[in-house]
Design a protein around this ligand. Structure first.
Ligand SMILES: NC(=O)c1ccc[n+]([C@@H]2O[C@H](COP(=O)([O-])OP(=O)(O)OC[C@H]3O[C@@H](n4cnc5c(N)ncnc54)[C@H](O)[C@@H]3O)[C@@H](O)[C@H]2O)c1
Ligand SMILES: O=C(O)C(=O)C[C@@H](O)[C@H](O)[C@H](O)COP(=O)(O)O
Ligand SMILES: [Zn+2]
Length: 367
C-alpha cells in the first residue's frame, strides 16, 4: 500500500514516499521537484549491482545527467576519506548549487551522501533512497548526516534535510537477514520511546527476524508507524535541543560499543539492541521502570533475533570511558535516555557509574 508522510519543518518540508515498486520512477518524482539536471548518485558495490542501473535509467529517461560514485561497503568506511572521494567526483563532474546528490543505500551511504551534500558548495540538494530496513525507518529521515571519528561515532556531521525520501519496500527482498534484524532494533526503539500501538503490534507478531515471515500488511504497518514516529519527533525538535534526544535511546552504550570494536564487529542495530537492554537494566536499578516492562522489551529484542550480551573482547572500564565522547555529554555529565513505561522515556544525567558498571558486568558472556 502506498503512503506519503510529509515532514513539516520551519525551513524545509519534504515528503517521505512509501511506494512499493517505485524505484524505477525516481526520475519522474525528481522531475516534479524541479531541481537542476545534474545528479551524483552514491552507492556501494552490492547495492549498485542490484539497483544502480534501474535508478540511472529512470533518471536519464527524465533528462537528468547522471554521474555515480561507488564507495566500499561497511561502517568502517563511514569516514572523512570517503567524503573526500565524493568531493573529488563532484568536482570532476562540475556539480553546481542546483545539482543533487542521491544516496542509494543503507544508513552508511545515506549519512555520508547527506554530509557531502551539506558541505559541497555549502549545501546542495539531496535525495534519500534507503535500501536497508534501518535506513527506511530511521537513517534516511530527519537530516542527521555525518561520518565517524576513529574514537567516536558520528562525531563529524551536519544537519541537512533531504528533498525527498523514496522508500520502495520491494528492495528489502535482497537485504540480508542480519541487516533486517538490525533494522528491527530501531523499530523496537520507537515502540519503547513513543508508540504503544507499534509496540503492541510487534508483541503480537510471531516472528520479527525475517522478512518472509512477516505478512505484508504488518510490514506496511511497521514502515508507516516507524517513519511516522520519527517524523513526529523530528518535526517537534529538528536540531535535537530537547525532545529529539529520545531517538538516542540505546545509543549511549551502543555507540561506545561500536567504536570500541572498530566499527566492524557489530551492526549499528545490533549495538543499539545491546544499548537498549543495558538502558532497561539501569532503569530497573534506579527504580524507574519495572522488571515486567523490561522483560517485554527484551522479549521483542529476542524475537528479532538480536543479542544482548557484550562482545567478549570488550573491557567494561573502556566502555565507561568511551561514554565521555558521547555527543549528549553536557557539562561533563553523560546523559542517558532511560525507559519509564512502554511508550515513554526520560533523559537523565543522574546515573551512577557503579550502576553502569554492574549492568555491563552482568552482560558479559564470561566473568
Ligand atoms: N542519520 C540518522 O538519523 C541515522 C539513524 C540511524 C542510523 N544511522 C546510521 O546508519 C548506519 C547503519 O545503517 P544500515 O543498518 O543501513 O547499515 P549499512 O548502510 O552498512 O547497510 C547494511 C548492509 O546491508 C547492505 N544492503 C543495504 N540494503 C541492501 C539491499 N536492499 N539489498 C542487499 N544488501 C543491502 C549494505 O550493502 C550493507 O552491507 C550507521 O552508520 C548509523 O550510524 C543514521
Ligand atoms: O535521528 C536521531 O536523532 C537519532 O538519534 C537516530 C539514531 O537512530 C541514529 O543512530 C543517529 O545517527 C544517532 O545520532 P547521534 O547524534 O547520536 O550520532
Ligand atoms: Zn540509530
Amino acid at each position: 500500500m502506498a503512503s506519503i508522510i510529509t515532514v513539516n519543518l520551519p525551513q524545509h518540508s519534504y515528503d517521505i514516499m512509501i511506494v512499493p515498486g517505485s524505484l524505477g520512477r525516481l526520475g519522474e518524482y525528481m522531475a516534479n521537484l524541479k531541481l537542476g539536471n545534474k545528479v551524483l548518485l552514491i552507492s556501494n558495490p552490492i547495492i549498485f549491482k542490484h539497483y544502480g542501473q534501474k535508478v540511472i535509467n529512470s533518471l536519464e529517461s527524465e533528462g537528468f545527467k547522471v554521474a555515480h560514485q561507488i564507495l566500499p561497503a561497511g561502517e568502517q568506511y563511514k569516514n572523512p576519506n570517503s567524503i573526500q572521494k565524493i568531493y573529488d567526483v563532484a568536482l570532476a563532474n562540475h556539480l553546481e548549487r542546483s545539482s543533487t546528490m542521491i544516496a542509494l543505500g543503507g544508513g552508511v551511504i545515506g549519512d555520508m551522501t547527506g554530509f557531502a551534500s551539506a558541505t559541497w558548495l555549502r549545501g546542495i540538494h539531496f535525495i534519500q533512497v534507503p535500501t536497508s530496513l534501518l535506513a527506511m525507518v530511521d537513517a534516511a529521515i530527519g537530516g542527521k548526516t555525518g561520518v565517524n571519528h576513529v574514537q567516536g561515532k558520528n562525531l563529524i556531521g551536519a544537519f541537512h534535510q533531504p528533498d525527498l525520501v523514496l522508500i520502495d519496500p520491494y528492495i528489502l527482498r535482497t537485504l540480508p537477514s542480519r541487516e533486517f534484524r538490525a533494522g528491527m532494533a530501531e523499530i523496537i526503539k520507537y515502540g519503547i520511546i513513543w508508540d504503544t500501538e507499534l509496540f503492541a503490534r510487534l508483541e503480537k507478531s510471531k516472528n520479527l527476524s525475517q522478512l518472509w515471515h512477516i505478512k505484508s500488511e504488518l510490514m506496511d504497518f511497521i514502515l508507516q508507524y516507524s517513519c511516522q514516529a520519527k517524523v513526529d519527533i523530528v518535526s517537534k525538535d529538528e536540531k535535537e535541543t530537547g525532545l529529539r534526544t529520545i531517538l538516542n535511546y540505546g545509543h549511549t552504550i551502543g555507540h561506545a560499543v561500536e567504536s570500541l570494536t572498530g566499527y566492524t564487529q557489530l551492526t549499528h542495530g545490533e549495538a543499539t539492541a545491546i544499548g537498549m537492554f543495558a538502558a532497561g537494566e539501569i532503569a530497573i536499578k534506579l527504580g524507574m521502570w519495572t522488571k515486567e516492562n523490561s522483560q517485554r522489551q527484551n522479549a521483542l529484542i529476542e524475537k528479532a533475533g538480536l543479542k544482548t550480551k557484550l562482545p567478549d573482547s570488550l573491557n567494561i572500564s573502556k566502555i565507561i570511558d568511551a561514554l565521555q565522547k558521547d555527543k549528549k555529554v553536557k557539562e561533563g555529565k553523560v546523559r542517558f535516555i532511560l525507559p519509564t513505561q512502554i511508550g515513554g522515556v526520560e533523559i537523565t544525567d543522574r546515573v551512577p557509574t557503579t550502576a553502569i558498571y554492574e549492568v555491563l558486568s552482568s552482560m558479559r558472556t564470561r566473568d
